[in-house]
Every structure is written in structure tokens, then in C-alpha cells.
Ligand binder design. Sequence first.
Ligand code: GDP
Length: 297
Amino acid sequence: MAFDSLSEKLQGVFKNLRSKGRLSEADVKAALKEVKMALLEADVNFKVVKQFTNTVTERAIGSDVMNGLNPGQMVIKIVNEELINLMGSEVTDITYGTGGAITTIMMVGLQGAGKTTTTAKLAGKVKQRGKKPLLVACDIYRPAAIEQLQINGKKQDVEVFSLGDKEKPVKIAKEAMDYAKKNGFDVVIFDTAGRLHIDEDMMNELAAIKSNIDILNTILVVDAMTGQDAVNVSQTFDEKIGIDGVIITKLDGDTRGGAALSIKAVTGKPILFAGMGEKLSDLEQFHPDRMASRILG
Ligand code: GDP
């Protein structure tokens, strides 16, 4: 499960801390050193870890905490609050169009991250909100991508717009918008091409879609299991095309949690949802407070 190994380590540190009555500054510092190690082992970005432990140390060594009735518990509370801060404190949602404007969502990401699956999962979430989503197949390069989107669209009972793999993505996107307007769709989700590595062509194509269509949400899909690579990919996509948020997939298999804990702190962009399995219903809104509770047990 997500965060299991990190959780186990932190719980060990805190059990020790809780068992002590009064705490000395040295006790707190020793515990936070162990927290630091656990976060680094979980593959959290080292700058993020440094900032995090500095903030927690500063707060924990304050006289209110040290002279309080239950200092161990207070230190744990501070760690919990700062973990929540790290992940962005608040739940962030899709930006919906106002005044009758269609909500446009462009899904981007590297091949294998789970983009096509997540696109269909997201369509299901949007439908639950009482909206009428249209999926658009703009990934014309991976042979099975269009068919995969169609199969998943059918499972979600969501229509898929495709012009096959011979037209340019910008043309497909434009025609899809016309189709959506004529047919009363209020959310349009574009599945774009993923490549194995970030390259110039890929970025140019995504930028071309963005300059032709009024995209309200550019959402990057990253694989939690890739740890700091996911963080680097997020940073690069944000620099090159600008992203509004991230969906982190495969959190169900990520026992470390380094990407989930670093992305907001490094890029400033929030995680909106987390993929928790292969089924199309396995997409959860990302709640920083619930994630922190999951880690601290
Ligand atoms: P794309 O190349 O980015 O479009 O990736 P796909 O959507 O084809 O997904 C790649 C693989 O990851 C598939 O086997 C998916 O079932 C799997 N996958 C996607 N999201 C999740 C997730 O949240 N959890 C797990 N366990 N598997 C996932």
C-alpha cells in the first residue's frame, strides 16, 4: 500500500518519542534526525527534506512544546501539520468553465505513466458531478492508444471523439470542440501523445494544442513509482508548457511516497487526484490531510 515503508519507520520513531515523559532538546533533535533519514529513504527531494526538518525543528524546540504536558505528542502534531503543508494543505479541484464555457482538460504525460487510463477515470469522476464529458483521442502515435481510450470510454459510458491516426492533433482537438458545442458536452478531455522521453516535438505539439484551444486545465500524469523522476518530469513540463496540476498514478504500489511528498513543494503545482489501482473507479481526490494521516498512522 501507499507509504507503507515510510509509515512504518515514522511510527517507530514516534513510538519511542511518545514513551518518554519529558523531552530534552537532544531527544527532539535525535528523533528529527531519524525522520530526516526516513524521508530521504522514501526518496523525498533532499531540499524538501532539509526545509521540512528545519521548520519542524524550529517549531518543536519552542518553549511551549518543550514545557508542555505531552511534548512527544506535540512534536508528532507538528510533523503532521508540516506534512500536510508539504502536500499543499488544501484539496485542489479541476477548474470548471463559468458562464456556459466548456471545461477543457488537456492530459499530458510520458508513455506508461497511466495517462490513457487516468483520462477515462477522470471522465467518470466528472460524470459523477452531473457533467457531460467528451473524451478526445489526440494520441495518434501509440498504435493502441485510440482503441484503449474507446474501450475505456465505453466502460465509463462516455463518448470518445476520434478522427483516427491520420489527422494532426490540433485539427482533431478543434473539431472535437465544435462537436462538443453542437452536442451539448460541457467538459472536453483531451488524451494527448505520450513519449518515452521528453522531446522537443512532443512539447511543440502540446503547445500547439494549447495555443489553438482555450485549455482551462493542463494536467500532468506521473507515475508515483518513479520517485524523483516524477518530480523532475513535473518540473520540466511546467517550464515548457505550463501545468495546472498533477495526477499521481500507481500510488497503490508506491510504498515510499517520495514523489507524492515532493511535487507540490518543488513545482508549486498541486496534486489533484491519485490513482490507486488499475480499475477505472480507482481514482481518489488527493487530500493532503488524509495522506498525512495515512503516513503517521
Ligand atoms: P499511458 O501510456 O500513460 O497512456 O499509460 P496507460 O494508461 O496505458 O497505463 C499503463 C499501465 O499502468 C496500465 O497497465 C494501467 O493499468 C496501469 N495503471 C494506470 N494507473 C494505475 C494506478 O493508479 N495503479 C496501478 N496499479 N496501475 C495503474
